[in-house]
Design a protein around this ligand. Structure first.
Ligand code: NAD
Ligand code: IPM
Ligand code: MN
Length: 354
């Protein structure tokens, strides 16, 4: 019998709606197996910020450290500036637990109308491997002469050798396990003088260790164009924190909706808990309407159980997602249907093995 303790942070907006559905799917899928879960909920959010002046308690990170994994909805809501809410909760978790890999699969499912012409399931099936703790995301810099015509703002990017090499290595190791064995590097070394030429150099160095892997690199501008024009080209795409963020919304948009996209914030050495969350945000425009697509949260939960060692439960969950989408009966609005979240959940549950 395996038992796991999961810290649950539904967070803001539709995070609070989709996370309970992800938990229901895990519980239903885990039933035939010898596995139990304890879900411990934390109400850390913008609501807490308004009430108590902080997104999470001072010892929040310490509290989370004891769990086997963290399952998070979304952070950020109008009323609290985004950089305050995100640097008060989501980003410190990624950083303190050294979750330096953000693994974001992109897949076109059977049954979903692809916005790109002439693309079939199988044509879009790749991973974005995003550096998750350094790069362009930094709080280093500041403002001088504030409030005057002479205002100067600086923002520091951080690229360490350790940080760059370990994310590149993760991408190459992932590609080694895949059929195409192909890694694409996202860069911008024509315009960004120091960090991106450095990234290219470390990429070329890492590629030398993997002669079986085919590699290429694109500047981020033409890379976004190629996501749209020839998504079938890609297998594993590795990028810095900001480039990976952008590519991991664009990729899923090319498969019909960003709302199904999952992400795993992984600490591969397992010194700290990893965190699983949909790629999408709190969607204030539809929060409270009960029409959110729960699949991003469900697929993220499936990645979480897989990370904990249970491919079997993962496969049951993803089987239900695949057959529900293929049946195409209860799709939410973002996918062109008119089902609400509960109608889609009923369909997903009906596609679980009894
Ligand atoms: P968003 O992902 O919340 O929404 C973008 C669009 O996609 C909206 O029209 C929304 O309705 C739609 N959408 C998103 N998820 C959906 C779902 N599950 N079902 C159906 N439609 C869905 O992005 P945004 O508007 O840029 O951000 C809103 C807030 O969320 C901001 O505060 C932002 O900082 C935050 N955010 C948080 C995370 C996170 O916690 N990981 C990720 C992205 C954005
Ligand atoms: C994501 C989100 C976050 C990020 C924001 C909310 C800070 O967009 O998880 O993709 O940029 O990492
Ligand atoms: Mn994002």
């Amino acid at each position: 019998m395996s038992h796991y303790r999961i810290a649950v942070i539904p967070g803001d907006g539709i995070g609070q709606e989709v996370i309970p559905e992800g938990i229901k799917m895990v519980e239903a899928a885990a039933k035939p197996f010898d596995v139990t879960f304890e879900w411990v909920e934390f109400d850390w959010s913008c609501e807490r910020y308004h009430r108590e002046g902080a997104m999470m308690p001072e010892d929040g990170i310490e509290q989370l450290a004891k769990f086997d994994a963290i399952y998070l909805g979304a952070v950020g809501y109008p009323g609290v500036p985004d950089h305050v809410s995100l640097w008060g909760l989501l980003l410190p978790i990624r950083r303190q637990f050294d979750q330096y890999v953000s693994l974001r699969p992109v897949r076109l499912f059977d049954g979903i109308a692809c916005p790109l012409a002439h693309k079939e399931p199988g044509d879009i099936d790749f991973y974005v491997v995003r550096e998750n703790v350094e790069g362009e995301y930094s709080a280093i810099g500041g403002i001088q002469f504030e409030g005057t015509e002479r205002e100067i703002v600086t923002q520091q990017n951080i690229f360490t050798r350790t940080g760059t090499d370990r994310i590149l290595k993760y991408a190459f190791e992932l590609a080694m396990k895949r059929e195409k064995k192909h890694v694409t590097s996202a860069t911008k070394s024509n315009g960004i003088y120091h960090s991106m030429p450095y990234w290219d150099k470390r990429f070329a160095n890492m590629a030398n260790h993997y002669p079986e892997i085919q590699t290429d690199q694109y500047h981020i501008d033409i890379l976004t164009a190629n996501f749209v024009l020839k998504p079938e080209h890609f297998d594993v795409v590795v990028g810095s924190n900001l480039f990976g963020d952008i590519l991991s919304d664009l990729g899923p948009a090319c498969t019909g909706t960003i709302a199904i996209a999952p992400s795993a914030n992984i600490n591969p050495e397992r010194q700290f808990p990893s965190m699983f969350e949909p790629v999408h945000g709190s969607a204030p425009d539809i929060a409270g309407l009960g029409i959110a697509n729960p699949i991003g949260a469900i697929w993220s939960a499936a990645m979480m159980v897989q990370h904990l060692g249970h491919d079997d439960i993962h496969d049951v969950m993803m089987g239900a997602v695949e057959s529900t989408l293929k049946a195409g009966k209860a799709l939410t609005k973002d996918m062109g249907g008119n089902a609400n979240m509960q109608e889609m959940m009923a369909e997903l549950m009906a596609h679980m093995p009894s």
